[in-house]
Design a binder for this molecule. Structure first.
Ligand code: PRP
Ligand code: URA
Length: 210
């Protein structure tokens, strides 16, 4: 496999994913857990954010102290299900701007269709953090990265909660420069291109639709 892939091993992430998988977990709890897992993954994914020293006056004296340096951030959920992850990441980096990429898989071909896209300005200067709980065939993630790159985006991190090996391979082959953060790598896809064991349809479970 090409690329930079980080599979999460934190027990809190694993535990919370297990609750997500349970078909009896109600919508409100599901939504809350998706947000929490996104925050925990972001904590790992942002380990390499560069720091610079800044002068700060404490109540006692002046000191040089590290602050996050450099690029601004764009948080970009793939609609709909990616929206469920936004608040968890935004809570850690409140200054980030939020873009949206609307993609929907065709139920027959499993190919993604684009229906809405809007990115923040200066995308070429921002770290783009692309969010989608599910990386199944990889078609949606690849299309979303293509869109961000066409708009000028250069540094992209993709965060998902569950990935299938098929999707991970496609994304890392087509975009080896993208850093991919995965909550859990599952067994594979079924004939309908759903991840198994997975958690079902993430969008429907987050928004309470069928
Ligand atoms: C789901 C999921 C991903 C996509 C993954 O979205 O949220 O975006 O499928 O599948 P892929 O890797 O095979 O492209 P869906 O198209 O069902 O839309 P929704 O979020 O609006 O439910
Ligand atoms: N989209 C989902 O929401 N779940 C899957 O298992 C595959 C694609």
């Amino acid at each position: 496999m090409n690329g930079k892939v980080f599979i999460m091993d934190h027990p809190l992430i694993k535990h919370k994913i297990s609750i997500l998988r349970n078909k009896h977990t109600p919508t409100s709890e599901f939504r809350h857990l998706v947000e929490e897992i996104a925050m925990l993954e972001a904590y790992e994914a942002f380990r390499d954010l560069p720091l610079r020293n800044e002068e700060v006056e404490t109540p006692l004296e002046t000191c040089m102290t590290p602050v996050i340096d450099g690029k601004k951030m764009a948080i970009i959920p793939i609609l709909r299900a990616g929206i469920g992850m936004v608040n968890g990441v935004h809570a850690l980096v409140p200054s980030a701007k939020v873009g949206h990429i609307g993609l929907c898989r065709d139920p027959e071909t499993h190919e993604p269709h684009e229906y809405y896209c809007k990115l923040p300005d200066l995308i070429e200067e921002r770290l783009a953090v692309l969010l989608d709980p599910m990386l199944a065939t990889g078609g949606s993630a690849v299309d979303a990265v293509n869109y961000i790159k066409k708009a000028g985006g250069k540094h992209i991190k993709f965060m998902c909660i569950i990935a299938a090996p098929e999707g991970l391979e496609k994304l890392t082959n087509e975009h080896p420069d993208v850093e991919v953060y995965v909550g859990n790598l599952d067994r594979g896809l079924n004939k309908d291109a759903y991840i198994c064991p997975g958690l079902g349809d993430a969008g429907d479970r987050i928004f309470g639709t069928q």
